[in-house]
Design a protein around this ligand. Sequence first.
Ligand SMILES: [Zn+2]
Length: 200
Amino acid sequence: MDQRPFNRTTSASQASRVRVGLLRLLCLLPAVAILSCAPPRAGEPVDLLIHGALVVTMDAADTVLEDGAVAVKGGEIVAVGPSAAVRREYRGNKTIDGNGRLLVPGMINTHGHAAMTLFRGLADDMPLKTWLEDFIWPAEAEFMNANSVRLGTDLAIAEMLRSGTTTFNDMYFFMDEVGEAAIMKKARELAAEIRRKFKK
Ligand SMILES: [Zn+2]
């Protein structure tokens, strides 16, 4: 018995069913495409969202997040947590991919004389007493005034902020200038004025 005609009929019927199935699938595709292109649910907008960083929180439990995120709004940190969770809740107007980077609270310099950046390299590798009495104090008497203190402090703050120091405790002269420089650069500063009579 020749089975071929029967087989052909069966094959034709199967092919027809496949075609109908394909047509139904094609009809569904636009709906699927629309669903997949729908925008994700918008989170709360924040000014800055840094994600994917190694976040050292310095909280009471010394929490370290390997894939962490920080959301900032109005100059304040509003969220710290795992990237996935923070990104679900917040949408950054500016976003930084922190992959491969360390994110820590700002460092604090507890003892400094910021304006002395102007004397960098003036006299090195000598005992403190010689360095101070023979070089630094005469240079301060000669060159330090409100203007130079402001310039030296501006330079120091720029360098501090660039390398992660956001607060500095400063002890020098013309501290109004130092305070003004810190305000303009949005750094935090604790000030102490040095009172010393220069021998001219
Ligand atoms: Zn000192």
